[in-house]
Design a protein around this ligand. Structure first.
Ligand code: PBG
Length: 338
């Protein structure tokens, strides 16, 4: 065999005329042609606030994440505003739980007080969001109330969600996130808000939310003791068309944003939803996704900072306008460092 023009190339192959590598030559060029941006304003930090503690309590399965006290939550909120994050998503961990999740609608309940605290701290510099769901507040750990024979009662749960929506709005929240996957929840929450005069409070619908093993560490974070599983309301991980249907329904019911959750195993669903609706789309980079990277990094098996930025960039590339992530503050710092 005789060599090609470039010395050693097989005869007939020719010297490559089209060279995609050219655009990867320098950092400046790579930056100029980058298709996907990642900015602090697109990131939302989920935070946990626990009733009855005066110091933050670390969450073992989520290294670096804590259950906040009222004071430490205020400090975290101020820091998030300083970093230019898009918002905070608040989760409450009550001291007492019961069958109907009474703490969720108590104006002095942990979540409602936290909303007022955080809004008082950051004003309009951050979007303050609240998880609108009963699972943190029920003793059985389900996202709704139960029938006498132990099933999750959709319509009785909607009544509780309407009460929660009014309580969060009265506490000053900017945006509520109904996350319980009950049918009709967005319409009911929207009507409850409007009926109480809170027409400006927006709704981030957890639209395509799957019955996922990747919520595991979250259960520790909120001290949940779930009996059974959530498969009668959260979606089957194999269903993508159904995820799009749920998102379209939520938009029709008045959702201002829709969300896909978890993120990494569902990037195809995220892309389909992004293409199907005309509202901003969020994705939730969930506790198990966080824990996997943190655990591997702790063992030195993965470059933590690179893995964080790659994860968040991939979620953005797949179609998320907004990303909820426990790395929000960390990522914002990495991004400003450049
Ligand atoms: C429901 C809710 C859950 C998460 C967010 N909202 C738990 C669940 O549905 O089982 C999980 C978030 C995470 O894993 O990071 N209130």
């Amino acid at each position: 065999m005789t060599g090609g023009a470039a010395g050693g190339l097989p005869e007939g192959a020719g010297v490559p005329r089209v060279r995609p590598r050219r655009l990867r030559t320098t950092p400046a060029l790579r930056r100029m042609v980058a298709e996907t941006s990642l900015e602090a304003r697109q990131l939302v930090l989920p935070v946990f606030v626990r009733e009855g503690i005066s110091e933050p309590v670390p969450i073992d399965s989520m290294p670096g994440v804590v259950q906040h006290s009222r004071d430490s939550l205020r400090r975290a909120a101020a820091e998030a505003a300083e970093l230019g994050l898009g918002g905070l998503m608040l989760f409450g961990v009550p001291e007492h739980k019961d069958a109907v999740g009474s703490g969720a609608t108590d104006p002095d309940g942990v979540l409602n007080r936290a909303i007022t605290d955080v809004v008082g701290e950051v004003g309009e510099s951050l979007t303050v969001m609240s998880d609108l769901c009963l699972d943190e507040f029920t003793d059985h750990g389900h996202c709704g109330v139960l029938t006498p024979d132990g099933r999750v009662d959709n319509d009785a749960t909607l009544v509780r969600y309407a009460e929660m929506a009014r309580a969060h709005a009265a506490a000053g929240v900017d945006m509520v996130g109904p996350s319980g996957m009950m049918d009709g929840q967005v319409a009911v929450v929207r009507a409850a808000l409007d009926g109480a005069g809170h027409t400006d409070v927006s709704v981030l619908a957890y639209s395509a939310k799957y019955a996922s093993a990747f919520f595991g560490p979250f259960r520790e974070a909120v001290g949940s003791t779930l009996q059974g599983d959530r498969r009668t309301y959260q979606q089957d991980p194999g269903n993508a068309v159904e995820g799009v249907r749920e998102a379209r329904l939520d938009v029709a019911e008045g959702a201002d944003l829709v969300m896909v959750k978890p993120a990494l195993g569902y990037l195809d669903v995220l892309r389909r939803v992004r293409d199907a609706v005309e509202v901003p789309v969020a994705a939730y980079n969930v506790s198990g996704e966080y824990a996997m990277v943190e655990a591997a990094a702790e063992r030195g098996w993965i470059d933590r900072e690179a893995a964080i930025l790659e994860t968040l960039t991939s979620i953005r590339r797949a179609g998320a306008d907004v990303v909820l992530t426990y790395w929000a503050a960390k990522a914002a710092r990495l991004l400003t460092r450049g």
